[in-house]
Design a protein around this ligand. Structure first.
Ligand code: PMV
Length: 396
């Protein structure tokens, strides 16, 4: 067990192109969003394990001795095993969770306990430690906040238990793990996601682990080589939506009008492939024309998504407002409200961006200027980090 504190961070994600079409076997491009979740792990010798999630007000402490006595033999020692629904139910029972473990707070605690008990079982005795997790990502907005949480937990626990080395060398402020270590982090993070979501696709934890951009099709996830970091405005319309209901809308339209809807899905697939090609070209030599193509792809896809039935008045408003400032937007994720992305070309002047942000905020939307194609899970020198969220939380 490591004796020093660890500070790790992992990004959220947005879907650039291919939402909904991906449900029907087409390609989606998912990219890391530079709004991050941070985790600090502090080893202790006080016989306690603490979990502190200031964004959601969760503060829990367990006695290590009590956890040690639990019969957790149903968790395979030290292996990456799939948590079956029975295992998750059994875990709820043995740890005796007081809060409703079906809500997102209960599920966050359960995912932590699952990863702590499974990863640390190889240690002679379960370690005493304190974990604090805080995030720049809003929860439940389709931005991969639970995946970033699971990735941070997996990376920190595997490193603290010396299953993987701490890659941070003297003098460095930030570092990343080697490929095989990232693969292990991703596998464990996927298990955490399964505790939270039941049957997730695995794309959110993959983006959060690897960073950059990923192509995703029929369960096959492959990272894009050297994707450019693009500046975007991310806007949350704050209109609540249900991914499940919106996926059902598209399915029923496809059944009702196959001749009309199937070509839309094929066209969205072609948009994703064209975007992937352009991003590849931009990695080699970015040029202003590339941004113009990306903008056209955004416009076409937004109209296709509206035709599929997953648009919303708030998203139309978002597109109109940004277009009035010469900028192009599309919904990201499930649609029906939720979030949208607006591409910021490098030639834009700061006052133009500020004016657009102001206009979006005055519609009642939340708006962040951030980048996509950000780094995946990273470890930081503890003193090097001073994020606005950290400051807001009183310099945790
Ligand atoms: O719920 P979100 O915002 O992560 O996006 C869902 C994306 C869909 O393509 C609509 C559904 C899916 O499972 O891929």
């Amino acid at each position: 067990m490591l004796s020093e504190a660890l500070l790790v961070s992992a990004p959220g994600k947005v879907i650039l192109h291919g939402e909904h079409a991906v449900v029907h076997g087409k390609v989606a491009l998912a990219v890391a969003l530079n709004l991050r979740t941070f985790l600090r792990l502090q080893p202790h010798s006080n016989g306690k394990v603490g979990l502190n999630l200031p964004n959601t007000g969760i503060k829990r402490v367990w006695d290590v001795a009590r956890l040690q006595l639990l019969d957790t033999s149903f968790l395979e020692p030290g292996d990456v095993t799939t948590p079956t629904p029975e295992q998750v139910e059994k875990l709820k029972e043995v740890v005796d969770l007081p809060e409703d473990s079906a809500n997102h707070k209960g599920l966050a605690v359960l995912a932590f306990l699952y990863l702590y008990l499974s990863i640390c079982r190889k240690q002679r005795a379960l370690p005493s430690l304190d974990i604090t997790v805080w995030s720049e990502l809003p929860t439940g907005a389709g931005l991969g906040s639970s995946a970033a949480y699971s990735v941070c937990l997996a990376a920190a626990l595997l490193t603290a238990c010396e299953e993987i080395p701490n890659p941070l060398r003297g003098g460095e402020s930030t570092s990343r793990w080697a490929t095989e270590d990232l693969e292990l982090i991703n596998k464990w993070a996927f298990q955490g996601e399964r505790v939270i979501h039941g049957n997730p696709s695995g794309v959110d934890n993959a983006v959060s682990t690897w960073g950059g951009a990923l192509r995703y099709q029929q369960g096959k996830i492959s990272p894009l080589k050297r994707p450019p970091a693009l500046q975007i405005l991310l806007t949350n319309t704050r209109v609540p939506r249900s991914t499940k209901a919106l996926v059902a809308v598209v399915r029923s339209r496809l059944l009702k009008f196959p001749e009309i809807v199937a070509p839309l899905l094929t066209s969205i697939d072609a948009i994703s492939l064209e975007c992937e090609r352009v991003l590849g070209e931009m990695a080699a030599a970015p040029a202003p024309e590339h941004y113009l193509v990306l903008e056209e792809l955004i416009d076409m896809n937004q109209h296709h998504l509206s035709a599929l039935g997953v648009g919303h008045a708030s998203l139309d408003q978002l597109c109109r407002v940004t277009m009035a400032h010469g900028l192009h937007s599309k919904l990201t994720g499930a649609g029906g409200g939720g979030c949208g992305i607006t591409l910021l070309r490098p030639d834009l002047e700061l006052p133009d961006v500020e004016a657009t942000k102001q206009a979006l905020t005055s519609c009642g939307f939340d708006c962040w200027e951030t980048s996509i194609g950000a780094s995946g899970v990273s470890v930081h020198l503890d003193t090097s980090l001073d994020t606005p969220v950290q400051q807001a939380l009183g310099g945790l």
